[in-house]
Design a protein around this ligand. Sequence first.
Ligand SMILES: NC(=O)c1ccc[n+]([C@@H]2O[C@H](COP(=O)([O-])OP(=O)(O)OC[C@H]3O[C@@H](n4cnc5c(N)ncnc54)[C@H](OP(=O)(O)O)[C@@H]3O)[C@@H](O)[C@H]2O)c1
Length: 198
Amino acid sequence: MSKVVAIMSVSLDGFVADADDGVAEVFDWYLRSGDVEFHTGGSDPMTFRVSGPSAGHLRDLWSELGAVLTGRRTFEVAHGWGGNHAWGPAFVLTHQVPEGWPRPGSTVHFVTDGIESAVTRARAAAAGKSVGVHGADTIQQCLNAGLLDEIHVDIAAVLLGSGVRLFDRLAGTPLVLGSPAVIPGVGVTHLRYPVPKA
Ligand SMILES: NC(=O)c1ccc[n+]([C@@H]2O[C@H](COP(=O)([O-])OP(=O)(O)OC[C@H]3O[C@@H](n4cnc5c(N)ncnc54)[C@H](OP(=O)(O)O)[C@@H]3O)[C@@H](O)[C@H]2O)c1
């Protein structure tokens, strides 16, 4: 069955964005941590420039993904990824489908009936590959509902001091995670933790 994997870049003090939803500092490693190019694909493509270890890590992780699950704010900040997310079909949790969506030719879908339904739909669309979960609130809901298999964090070498916290509003803590796989990059450390099932 598809795994459900939280994937976020986070500052050392636990923020995924600054107070204005800005991700420049936590995403800096994608853009200038080395000279190996990584092409994202999708309909809003980007070229990352990262170190060798980060490039290897990105290749492995992205090849494993078949769908993305996120929340409405991440969708808005990313301008809907141009209609097609690089990881595959996207499922966006929202209370109200935005005007003008879904768009013809787009693989972005909206889910208004809760986190369990969103995970079920994303898993089906991933067709045996993993579902990448993006967005702090969405990840917290997955964790609280026992729906997450792994937490993958890219710890950027920066302290933000304030902003959007990755791990707020958790139920069932303390939650002891499995030992992480660790890949040191340049200006970033990639950590992947298994989440034990209750
Ligand atoms: N560092 C990284 O790797 C990274 C990656 C992605 C995003 N980000 C940042 O993370 C921030 C967004 O994360 P976030 O935690 O604020 O928000 P989010 O998870 O992207 O979206 C939250 C929104 O989704 C909708 N939603 C969530 N759960 C729902 C449910 N069960 N039913 C219906 N609607 C639901 C609600 O919007 P409505 O009520 O409006 O419908 C809610 O306000 C942004 O600042 C973005 O820049 C960082």
